[in-house]
Design a protein around this ligand. Sequence first.
Ligand code: GDP
Length: 437
Amino acid sequence: MKRLSQYRNIGIMAHVDAGKTTVTERMLYYTGLTHKLGSVDEGNTVMDSDPQEEKRGITISSAAITTYWNDHQINLIDTPGHVDFTAEVERSLRVLDGGVVVFCAKSGVQPQSETVWRQADKYEVPRIVLINKMDRQGANFLHVVQEIREMLQANAVPVQIPVGAEDNFSGVVDLITMQAYVWNSDDGKQFVVTEIPAHLQEAVLQARKNLLEELSLVDEQIFEKYTEDPAAVSAEDLYAALRKATLHRVLIPVLAAAAYRNKGVQPLLDAVVRYLPSPEEMGKLKAESVPAFAENGNESSSTNVEKESVLVENENESSSAKNESHPVSLNDSPLTALAFKIMADDYAGKLTLVRVYTGALHTGDMVWNSRTNKKVRISRLLRIMSDKFEAVDEIGAGDIGAVVGLKEVRTGDTLSDPAHPVSLESIDFPEPMIGYA
Ligand code: GDP
């Protein structure tokens, strides 16, 4: 099993048409699981495969898809971009540890992207920004960065500078390694690492100076090194500082891409692993919403099981204080999991997607549903890969997977250890609009 630090539970969020499906598809392609490049325009992408979805003409999507990159497991959780699906968006935001927000390099910040942004703010989702469609006529990277700063009041800071734009968009200069990555073919597979093109030197130096200044404002070590000798700040220092700043949402790293032309997707995957938090980091940050069970902590004895579940308030100060004074590993704690989506699959039947916060779900377990006050049996567990289901015996803390055929479970229900019943939320979400209502 992977360590908690090797998981990334992330959502790709975007205004409809910014390229969320294409970015997701390309990420799956580069992570090696989708062997054939799907195309949105041909309607054969993985995320667009639901016929219900086609009927409505908007991008919602199936699910949460698991993939792997550089020794990390990335669970891509779909966040619907359509404004009518606010409840569904919010539900999925609860289970994310981080987000990639996609903007179009030409259209910039649009009303819907503002809605998505505010929702991510509400759930305190750390995020990075991808400015996509750099190949479009009228694409303007820095203009969109400025719009994000002004219209969304967000501290968006480029970590890359695009090489060219529109038809001439050919690569990105990484402001941390100070190298240019230039794609030399349209399948985006091949790129060369080169010197920074002469005409970009000045803009790159200015952008790096800006990035270092921003980081030195939030990181004392960087500040000291930077004020002594900016050249002494290493890439490792910067990665660590950016990770911390992103986690605490004081800074939002911005990247450039033309996903459709397969440019900028591998650096995006690297950025997901580098800058977005693991469940462990988020667990520490949001101790109040992740009930790590302290010894003598927030538990009720098994004799109380048949009576009532314990409600763990999101803002419960006393429980977070307890968590801090008695830190317990998320893996070793009793089970707490949230059912965040119910799906119907032709092959597997009813699937309940769950995010496990603490402990683990095993096949054969009896778990407590806090809403119905009943025990339910976990008969089969699946991991959803881009092209197949993989049967698993366990879904551990920090991970996401699907339970097959769970009865009487709705989205928003908490599943927990019957000896330690918990309810993660008191929010009543509307019934799902698709699948098993
Ligand atoms: P979504 O609605 O956000 O999921 O967006 P899609 O991925 O469906 O993309 C919307 C349209 O933009 C499709 O026609 C894509 O082919 C196109 N598109 C996506 N990425 C790019 C890109 O990098 N450059 C250009 N020019 N078009 C793109």
